[in-house]
Ligand binder design. Structure first.
Ligand SMILES: [Cu+2]
Length: 153
């Protein structure tokens, strides 16, 4: 009789430990997103970019500005059909060419430029804004040219 009671309490203890362990596992693991899923490149990729502008005033009162593509670098798998969407936000017009291709056009403020293309050779291709390719010419202060980098792998 006494032996039976001890055995029952052991079962209860084991069950309690199991429940506590399960609860602990749940607390540790809840909200963890697994990263073993398929990458987005399985589908047709669209890269979203904008034209943006940085402006500041120097201590001597001189205003300097730089236009840029944002994001400034995109990573593209070779041999895949892709879409690059560029929305003109800052700057009224940005005439552009993509190095090593015959792609060119003008990105206008408030408008979306859609580029459907495919890169078969790995390497770095530059999207160059021909208006802001040499921004330093507008003042004696150096600012970077407006270039985005397409890294094809
Ligand atoms: Cu530009």
């Amino acid at each position: 009789m006494r032996f039976f009671i001890v055995k029952k309490s052991w079962i209860v203890t084991v069950m309690l430990c199991f429940i506590v362990a399960l609860g602990g596992w749940y607390i540790v693991n809840v909200g963890i997103i697994p990263t073993t899923g398929k990458p987005t490149q399985e589908n047709k990729l669209t890269y979203h970019m904008i034209t943006s502008e940085f402006k500041t005033t120097l201590a001597d009162g001189t205003e300097i500005e730089a236009y840029r593509f944002d994001p400034g670098t995109i990573t593209v798998p070779k041999g895949k059909d892709i879409t690059i969407s560029i929305i003109g936000v800052n700057g009224s017009e940005h005439p552009y060419t993509i190095e090593g291709t015959d792609i060119s056009g003008v990105i206008k403020k408030g408008e979306e430029t859609i580029i459907n293309t495919r890169f078969d050779k790995p390497g770095v291709y530059q999207i160059i804004c021909t208006t802001h390719s040499d921004h330093a010419s507008h003042s004696h202060h150096k600012t970077p040219p407006m270039i985005a980098y397409i890294y094809v792998y």
